[in-house]
Design a protein around this ligand. Structure first.
Ligand code: PHE
Length: 503
């Protein structure tokens, strides 16, 4: 029988009596592990060998685990210090025992938690006792740590091993190991004599030019063989979802708005009937630019109408804020805290001229806020802005639009809560349920623009509008809990790599 060289080598190295690890076979036969694995599968397909798979667990101490092997567990130190202080005869001051134990920093909490768990004694209102019968010297977790360090994990107790893993002292990893064993047919083939067939596994220019390709035997492709898993670049789920949002809104008849990230407060705040002394306009919420710090091309007529709305309100019964309104403030440049600045630019006719109802516009763009970083807040995020200009709109139209929009992303449990915005009346916030934690999460804010906003812009029909968070939408879709999982240096690479690409 003639077989390709790698198969011959594996066949000759494999054993009939017991399975041998393919990596060992490869080593001995001087083959690359992938080549040996491929040859083993090919031999298996011909019934000459059997390939088996086993999962091996590897145990490795973490840096903290190794440190305790050389020293001792913090709870052992605490027990020793407690006994030295007489805590085995009655309660003594915890401060004194901790001081004597030499423990400090996080080690104190670790010691106390495990002392308690292991019943080495009791800790109560600043005092500690030590159980005279406890055997801290023979601690089973310490024994297990030493066993792992010495490569005798089988001596350690299973519970102790899982505690070590839970405490972050031990890392357990799994490896799939394949082994190969000769079958009876394999033994028969070997006894009958196996020669090496002239095979090639790739077509080269030399084979083509020499014409040799006509005589050689090509190895077969094994399309079922495991290939190395090479993490490759792919579209970020945030970008991917932003594009889906855009497609969805375009499908619902919306057009996209564009505009500056740095904009005049006029477009960000004043057009929105936000009084100039509104708390959200302080530097706590928005990032102001120091250079340049002003814009000089505000539309003068609109500035006049906005000023008048702020001072006197609009219409015969109008009420303004009666507080000072300064054009200088309106000219100030900020990083936009919402993309409602774009809505103002478009609705005023400033961007693409006067608009006639019905119109629908949207944007999916970055906004910037001086928030405190936490799992649900960053200094910047993507806002899904949108508005519909039409006659006789109501809250039902808004709710219907959101229901239709979020359904495209599999979110069907929206909740609505009345809210206050200086620029919309009525207003409401939108909530969805986090698929993992079950928590109700705010996903957006919306409403119907007030007369004080629309009248200066020259719009005389209804406009309903919203700002939704793209990142919160993503949280509901993919179930991650920390916005930093998808943004920045703390991002969860595994999530980004393995999340399915949806089209
Ligand atoms: N600007 C609001 C926000 O950032 C969203 C919004 C836009 C609300 C338009 C109502 C109307 O939260």
């Amino acid at each position: 029988m003639k077989l390709p060289q790698a198969q011959v080598a594996v066949l000759q190295t494999a054993d009939a009596d017991e399975p041998r690890r393919i990596d060992e076979v490869a080593d001995e036969a001087d083959l690359k592990p992938e080549a040996a694995t491929r040859a083993a599968f090919e031999l298996e397909a011909d019934g000459l060998v059997a390939v088996t798979e086993a999962t091996l667990e590897h145990y490795e101490l973490t840096a903290e685990g190794r440190q305790y092997v050389y020293e001792s567990l913090p709870e052992q130190d605490l027990y020793e210090a407690a006994v030295d202080a007489g805590a085995d005869e009655g309660a003594v001051s915890m401060g004194q025992v901790i001081g004597a134990s030499g423990l400090d920093g996080p080690a104190v909490d670790i010691a106390l938690a495990n002392y308690n768990r292991k019943g080495y004694g009791a800790i109560d209102s600043g005092e500690i006792t030590a159980d005279p019968d406890a055997d801290a010297g023979g601690d089973s977790e310490m024994f297990a740590l030493e066993a792992v360090a010495d490569g005798r994990v089988e001596d350690a107790d299973d519970d102790a091993i899982s505690q070590l893993e839970r405490r972050g002292l031990l890392a357990v990893s799994e490896e799939t190991v394949r082994s190969v064993q000769l079958t009876d047919d394999g033994v028969t083939a070997l006894m009958g004599g196996v020669g090496t067939a002239e095979t090639v596994d790739r077509l080269t220019p030399e084979l083509l030019t020499s014409g040799e390709w006509e005589d050689v035997e090509f190895t077969e492709y094994n399309v079922a063989a495991d290939a190395e898993d090479v993490p490759h670049g792919k579209e970020h789920i945030l970008r991917q979802t932003a594009n889906r949002v855009k497609d969805t809104l375009v499908g619902m008849g919306f057009q996209e708005m564009e505009g500056p990230h740095v904009d005049a407060q006029f477009w960000i705040n004043d057009c929105l009937f936000m009084p100039q002394d509104h708390p959200a306009r302080t530097h706590w919420d928005q990032f102001a630019l120091s250079a340049p710090d002003e814009i000089d091309d505000l539309p003068e007529d609109l500035v006049e109408r906005v000023r008048s709305a702020h001072l006197e309100g609009v219409g015969p019964d109008g009420e303004g804020y009666h507080s000072p309104w300064a054009e200088d403030v309106a000219r100030g440049l900020d990083l936009r805290g919402h993309t409602t600045s774009l809505s103002m630019r478009y609705l005023s006719g400033h961007e693409i001229g006067e608009l006639e109802p019905p119109e629908r516009f949207f944007s999916v763009e970055k906004v910037y806020r001086n928030d405190t970083l936490d799992p649900t807040h960053l200094l910047e995020f993507f806002q899904i802005e949108g508005w519909v200009m039409a006659e006789d709109l109501s809250v039902r139209d808004l709710m219907g639009t959101f229901t239709e929009f979020y359904e495209q992303f599999g979110i069907t449990d929206l909740e609505f809560k009345p809210h206050y915005n200086p620029y919309t009346e009525p207003s409401f916030e939108l909530f969805g349920t986090h698929p993992e934690t079950g928590e109700v999460v705010e996903v957006g804010n919306s409403g119907i623009f007030r007369e004080e906003v629309l009248s200066p812009l020259g719009v005389d029909c209804d406009v309903m509008a919203w700002g939704l968070s793209l990142e919160r939408l993503l949280m509901l879709m993919y179930g991650f809990e920390d916005i930093r999982d998808v943004h920045g240096t703390l991002c969860d690479l595994d999530l980004l790599r393995t999340t399915e690409v949806l089209h």
